[in-house]
Design a protein around this ligand. Structure first.
Ligand code: SF4
Length: 372
């Protein structure tokens, strides 16, 4: 399927093939907390958490979050600090902020419920085409497509598509493949739609694996899958190289006053906005420069002590960090809206980015999951 002009007959499923997938899913599905029922709030939350994170890692986050915010109303009223704290470690914090915004819109305009239509869902904050499709198809059983990375891989292999799976056109074509299947086969049964949608995702997670050999012998598509039959699973899916990430050098100042730590609140609106971190300067600094910088802040230090260096990779940039510990007995007055001198207890309830985990662990400052 390389270089051919697209027409929708290229990607077509027979009813038998999809029946086989649905049967396979009903037998092999994992027992996950958001699959206990088809509650739209649970499906929404799990789909947002699962972006960029493995299922195994998401389960405990999901359970903690549901305990704290059992419904859309409680999420709409959530305190920002607690929300970020519960999300700590999952990264991409704008996702949870958007969830809160969306919950507020749902309270104002939809009586605290998620709508079922894909188009309507897509108009809400933080809900894109994939998440809208997943909520609509899985929770409500509407015949809509939800194509995530797992599904893209399965379908590219099934049809032996060699186009770049990052190309949005391909995603659109595969969405059309699924909706055409529903139309042509007159599918109305919400349970069938829900299981088909989750079946494709589950197949990608358990059988049509991303790294290493897919387990084709265990796959309900085994007899018809073109990549498997033509031994193309090593080259499909094709993914073009990522743009190089921007590297940012950071110097972190871990300022300690007895057993308390000075933390700075990152400005809202930017990366990790509203979260607390050690004072960070976006360049490499030597010890002499650090002493001058501290003097400007009103802190006299003879010599900062170098801590281990570390790095943290975001999707679009990488922080390369060198931290220094600064011990002081007295701190000058600081702006309490921007800074906090936190003891170990307080630190448990502050939202601190996982990018700093190396240093939190270094000082034994965090129990995973924290108090809230
Ligand atoms: S047969 Fe193999 S390559 Fe094809 S969809 Fe199944 S697991 Fe993936």
């Amino acid at each position: 399927m390389f270089g051919k002009r697209y027409n929708k007959d290229m990607y077509r499923f027979s009813k038998n093939t999809i029946d086989g997938l649905v049967t396979w899913y009903r037998k092999n599905r994992r027992d996950l907390p958001w699959r206990k029922d088809r509650d739209p709030y649970g499906i929404w939350l799990s789909e947002i958490m699962l972006q960029q994170t493995r299922v195994e890692a998401v389960i405990s986050y999901y359970e903690r979050f549901r305990k704290q915010y059992p419904d859309i109303k409680s999420l709409a009223e959530a305190e920002e600090e607690v929300l970020l704290r519960l999300w700590e470690g999952l990264g991409y914090y704008s996702r949870v902020r958007n969830m809160k915004k969306c919950a507020q819109v749902l309270m104002e305009k939809y009586g605290g419920m998620l709508p079922c239509g894909k188009e309507e869902l897509q108009k809400l904050p933080g809900i894109g085409s994939y998440t809208a499709g997943a909520i609509s198809a899985i929770a409500c059983g509407h015949p809509e497509a939800a194509i995530d990375g797992n599904v893209l891989r399965v379908l590219s292999r099934f049809f032996a598509i060699r186009d770049d799976i990052k190309d949005p056109k391909l995603r659109k074509q595969l969405e059309e493949c699924i909706t055409t299947f529903y139309q042509e086969n007159g599918i109305q049964d919400p349970e069938y739609v829900s299981d088909l949608t989750q079946g494709l995702m589950e197949l990608g997670a358990l059988v049509c694996l991303p790294n290493g050999k897919p387990l084709c012998q265990e796959c309900p598509f085994f007899l018809e899958c073109r990549a498997c039959n033509e031994e193309l699973t090593d080259v499909i899916p094709f993914r073009s190289r990522n743009r190089d990430r921007k590297i940012i050098d950071r110097t972190l100042l871990v300022i300690r006053c007895q057993d308390r730590f000075l933390l700075h609140k990152r400005p809202f609106g930017g990366l990790l906005g509203g979260m607390y971190e050690f004072i960070g300067i976006e360049r490499k600094m030597d010890e002499k420069e650090i002493c001058v910088c501290l003097k400007d802040m009103g802190i006299e230090v003879f010599r900062p002590e170098a801590l281990p260096s570390s790095r943290h990779v975001f999707s679009h940039l990488e922080w390369q960090m060198q931290a220094y510990e600064i011990q002081t007995d007295q701190l000058p007055d600081f702006n309490q809206d921007e800074y906090i001198l936190a003891d170990r207890e307080q630190l448990q309830s502050l939202a601190v980015p996982s990018a700093l985990r190396v240093y939190l662990d270094y000082y034994g400052l965090r129990k995973r999951g924290g108090k809230k």
